[in-house]
Design a protein around this ligand. Structure first.
Ligand SMILES: O=C(O)CCC(=O)C(=O)O
Length: 265
């Protein structure tokens, strides 16, 4: 299976509409891929909080229209990164996945909101459901950016059958080392591919890490981007997940139900 991660440069001097059209063309150019992955909130910018409300869109909004058409034209599975979803009075950071015929196969509302007492954490509502997407031969588990710090979410995805963990992000350059380390850790501990697709450029004064990365189920880095806009192309082999889990069956040694109460004395 051929996968392409498109690390988009998000700069606020490029209007959202222009970027949307530009990204749709970048997706169409990946017609030789089976799966294409885009980053988190590449339309508005993950840190452009002041634009969230203005750029919020319903699930069937302009990004959906553009990405459904791009997936269909290219004939690829498309993880289109995330949008600011407007749902009633709430906003969500919602990832969208399309099949090669352009139908929306899944929507995932980010569970762990970033910002502590500001930004996304106070402006957006939290998702509550894990989402997996069965592609022919490979089941994806989806998570978004800050979710990468929460291993229990990924275990939930693996328990639901995920073999490749797809993580669109808008990760800041300041914590790039965490990004790389956590992507590898999630791959090793879950014996799964990790496809982590970030943004480049600077928006809202926050320099982005870039350095999108693909890690195999043994923890080997298959490809890593630089800091600028770039397309990473990799080959994924579902058999590698099966073989890793059979040859080094650590997932079978899990002790469920921890923590137990400590014993004193
Ligand atoms: O966890 C981090 O360091 C970055 C998370 C983030 O930027 C996000 O979730 O938007």
């Amino acid at each position: 299976m051929h996968a392409s991660l498109i690390q988009i440069a998000v700069d606020q001097d490029e209007p959202v509409k222009t970027r949307r059209e530009r990204v749709a063309e970048l997706v169409r150019a990946e017609r030789d891929a089976d799966l294409v992955v885009l980053p988190e909130l590449w339309t508005v910018g993950a840190f452009a909080y002041e634009s969230f409300a203005a750029e919020a869109e319903p699930l069937d909004g302009p990004t959906h229209e553009a990405m459904a058409a791009a997936a269909r034209d290219a004939g690829v599975w498309l993880h289109a990164g995330s949008v600011v979803e407007a749902a009633g009075d709430d906003l969500y950071n919602t990832s969208l996945v399309y099949g090669p015929d352009g139908t929306r196969a899944a929507a995932y509302r980010k569970i762990h909101r970033f910002g502590f007492d500001r930004g996304e954490a106070v402006m957006m509502a939290a998702g509550e459901e894990l989402v997996t997407v069965p592609l022919p031969g490979l089941t994806l588990g989806v998570a978004t950016c800050y979710d990468l710090r929460f291993p229990e979410l990924f275990r939930g995805l693996v328990d639901a059958g995920a073999q490749a963990l797809v993580v669109p992000a808008g990760w800041p350059a300041r914590r790039r080392a965490h990004w790389t380390l956590l992507a590898q850790a999630r791959a090793v501990e879950n014996q799964a591919y990790v496809l982590a697709c970030g943004t480049a450029g600077t928006h809202a004064g926050v320099e982005q890490a870039g350095h999108s990365i693909v890690v195999d189920p043994w923890g080997e880095v298959l490809a890593e981007a630089g800091p600028d806009e770039e397309v990473l192309r990799v080959e994924l082999d579902p058999e590698k997940v099966t073989a890793t889990r059979e040859q080094f069956p650590a997932l079978k040694d899990r002790v469920l139900g921890l923590p137990r109460p400590p014993r004193h004395g």
